[in-house]
Design a protein around this ligand. Structure first.
Ligand SMILES: Nc1nc2c(c(=O)[nH]1)N[C@H]1C(S)=C(S)[C@@H](COP(=O)(O)OP(=O)(O)OC[C@H]3O[C@@H](n4cnc5c(N)ncnc54)[C@H](O)[C@@H]3O)O[C@H]1N2
Ligand code: MOO
Length: 409
């Protein structure tokens, strides 16, 4: 549980493992049409009912013939095969059939010669090219074999997946119902955007950011607004979330301040796992249960809230919603400047990564890395992942990065 230099801090990997081991799919299955299915999570694997392509067909506009006869003199043109209207006969020795891209290969033919490689005279063709058997033929089942698993359960469906389902003639599929997640911010200093700020107040920025992220994921959000630093108000919000939602995300109030009540009320209402994580930002993080509802207590500092949401809450929400999770891709880049780092916590520094003229990936910090500085993340295209025990980074050293946006042009 402990790391060497800061006893009591839990490494991210262990926190994730522990949290995910306590979570499983909580949503029911439902049928939807493929028009409604993009972004939804498949609840059952999809198997191919037939081969794709369903029949041997031409990859080119040209002539279907016997490959071994192509260069042997004129071939007699006996018909035409269109996509959707196949040629009904058989191609015999000395014969050829005009064929369009996607049209069925007529029986007897074993190759297609592109029309650019053929001269046509008086219902005869002369080939300028010797094809190999099978040339320009797309074989039945070369894409998908009947019975094959085309999409696994747990796959979040993309537009390409919808196309794949349509190509198999599938109009309806079984997906998981969307997850319901409640959300609130806690803090007496927080004001809704659109209102005037008083002395000592700031705008609530965590909840709008988290709500937008949840909506983008297709999650149904119960927005409980800003909850004041008041124990009864917190109790009421937790009760509402627990009775209506699969999960609850809060931000703020998880540290050790005199108005940080989230932790106390959670312990009273449910089971709480409170962690001090060996990551920076995002050290305080609460995970627990309110009956069937999973609780995620994010730190209030905006960058800490966002980093813990991405690194811990997203994988947990995927688990609850039945989605297969994939580990995020890390790349290696070269530090384009010195980076401050103290051993003890794993840093998620916000960086800008680019390719230099030699094609190498370089990365720089976005500047002030304090966990209240939202522009550090708004201006970033990656996290610079600096291992827990690593010290300062010198320019030219290799670092791992997690890219979350495109590279500048
Ligand atoms: N004595 C200690 N103090 C603190 C520790 C510690 O270990 N010992 N940890 C620090 C760290 S690290 C973090 S992160 C914060 C987390 O504190 P809380 O989760 O209790 O958050 P708050 O105190 O409520 O707020 C922190 C900060 O963030 C601002 N905030 C809060 N909510 C929002 C929001 N919805 N939108 C925008 N900004 C928000 C709030 O005004 C504070 O400035 O604790 C450290 N302290
Ligand atoms: O971990 Mo806090 O999130 O460093 O500011």
């Amino acid at each position: 549980m402990n790391c060497d230099s800061q006893p009591g801090l839990l490494p991210l990997e262990q926190a994730l493992e522990q949290m995910l081991s306590e979570l499983s799919t909580v949503v029911d299955k439902q049928k939807v049409t493929i028009e409604q299915a993009c972004g939804r999570v498949l609840a059952e694997p999809v198997l191919a009912g037939f081969n794709i392509p369903p029949y041997d067909n031409s990859a080119m506009d040209g002539y279907a013939l016997h490959a071994d006869e192509a260069a042997g003199g004129p071939l007699q043109l006996i018909g035409i095969s269109f996509a959707g209207t196949p040629f009904e006969g058989r191609v015999l020795s000395g014969q050829t059939v005009r064929i369009m891209t996607g049209a069925m290969i007529p029986p007897g033919a074993d190759a297609v010669v592109m029309q650019e490689q053929v001269e046509v005279r008086n219902q005869q063709i002369l080939c300028n090219h010797q094809p190999k058997p099978g040339e320009n033929i797309r074989r039945a089942g070369e894409d998908i074999r009947q019975g094959e698993t085309v999409l696994p359960a747990g796959k979040k469906l993309t537009p390409v997946d919808i196309g794949l389902l349509a190509s198999l003639g599938i109009a309806e599929i079984c997906v998981f119902e969307p997850l319901n997640v409640a959300l609130f911010s806690s803090g007496d200093e927080l004001v809704l955007p659109g209102r005037a700020l008083d002395k000592g107040q700031i705008y609530d920025s965590n909840r709008p950011a988290l709500r937008a992220a949840l909506q983008q994921l297709g999650i149904q959000v119960l927005d409980l607004g800003v909850v004041p630093d008041d124990k009864q108000a917190l109790r009421d919000s937790l009760d509402k979330a627990a009775s209506q939602c699969h999960g609850l995300i809060s931000s703020g109030g998880v540290s050790v301040g005199e108005a940080d009540f989230t932790r106390e009320i959670l312990a009273e209402k449910g089971q709480i796992g409170f962690w001090k994580l060996a990551i920076k930002p995002g050290k305080p993080f609460a995970f627990g249960r309110l009956g069937q509802c999973a609780f995620f207590g994010l730190p209030g500092n905006p960058v800490s809230a966002w980093v813990t949401f991405e690194q811990l809450v997203l994988p947990a929400l995927q688990r609850l919603s039945g989605e297969q999770s994939a580990s995020s891709m890390t790349l290696t880049a070269i530090a384009g400047e010195d980076l401050k780092k103290r051993p003890g916590r794993m840093d998620f520094q916000r960086g800008i990564c680019w390719r230099d003229e030699k094609g190498e990936l370089l990365v720089k910090s976005t500047g002030n890395q304090s966990s209240g500085v939202m522009t550090s993340i708004a201006r970033a295209n990656c996290y610079i992942l600096l291992e827990q025990q690593r010290g300062p980074v010198k320019v030219g050293e290799s670092v791992s990065i997690q890219l979350f946006d495109s590279l500048p042009v």
